[in-house]
Design a protein around this ligand. Structure first.
Ligand code: HEM
Ligand code: HEM
Length: 178
């Protein structure tokens, strides 16, 4: 029997390689074009190209956010991304005290960067999930409620995005300095 990986496992490996960059491109697109969308309780007959792009690229992003969550949880990685689930705040406290003294936290482990990344995935999954529920309930008044939750979570996700990019820049600065 051949030991070469199947087409499916090669496809999954490629997805894992590119999912972070795909999520960056798609979420930047969805956020930056959101000023041009207007959908309310459902996609209208005369919906604009921006509305259609938001809905269908949003559905792809929602699926990618779920696969990112799964990949960040398997092989025990959930302990690193969500240490607060185990009430383990040791490295987080160390990073925060260090930060107060002007020390940039180290990436990886169960520290500040990993906790922020974990919260970011949960926010993106929440944004995608509320979007999908809106899509399924289009036309009803419940759709308006889920649109409200979606917009609320989007605000949290934009906050994460800005903090995460700032952390990535600090990380890069530290790397160059060393
Ligand atoms: C997962 C990635 C997604 C991101 C980053 C995202 C981002 C956004 C942003 C930034 C807004 C504008 C919020 C505001 O007005 O303050 C918005 C609105 C909205 N999104 Fe998404 N979205 C995503 C997925 C989806 C999906 C999957 C759907 C539905 C299939 C969806 C449906 C909507 C609707 C209905 C609105 C309100 C539009 C309106 O009536 O003005 N989104 N989204
Ligand atoms: C321009 C935007 C972004 C930049 C420059 C960026 C940069 C980075 C960098 C440098 C790392 C590695 C940090 C480390 O070593 O711990 C990282 C990890 C990570 N980022 Fe981003 N990122 C961006 C957007 C996003 C978005 C939108 C998400 C969505 C949730 C995200 C989720 C993650 C996660 C979960 C990790 C850790 C797991 C992994 O390595 O795959 N990032 N990012």
């Amino acid at each position: 029997m051949s030991d070469s990986p199947s087409v499916f496992s090669r496809l999954v490996a490629k997805l894992v390689d590119y999912q972070h960059v795909l999520i960056i491109i798609l979420s930047v697109f969805l956020i930056s074009t959101s000023g041009w969308i207007l959908m309310g309780r459902g996609l209208r007959n005369g919906a604009s190209i921006w509305d259609y792009l938001h809905v269908y690229l949003g559905l792809i992003t929602a699926a990618l956010s779920f696969s990112m969550l799964v990949i960040c949880c398997i092989k025990g990685r959930w302990r690193q991304m969500f240490p607060w689930l185990l009430a383990d705040f040791s490295q987080l406290n160390k990073d925060l005290f260090g930060l107060a003294k002007g020390k940039i936290p180290l990436a990886g482990g169960r520290g500040l960067y990993s906790c922020i990344e974990g919260l970011g995935i949960l926010l993106l999954v929440g944004v995608g999930f509320t979007g999908v529920i809106w899509f399924c309930l289009q036309g009803s008044s419940d759709a308006l409620m889920w649109r409200g939750y979606h917009i609320l979570l989007v605000k949290g996700f934009i906050g994460f995005f800005l903090i995460h990019v700032f952390c990535a820049c600090l990380h890069l600065l530290d790397f160059i300095r060393n």
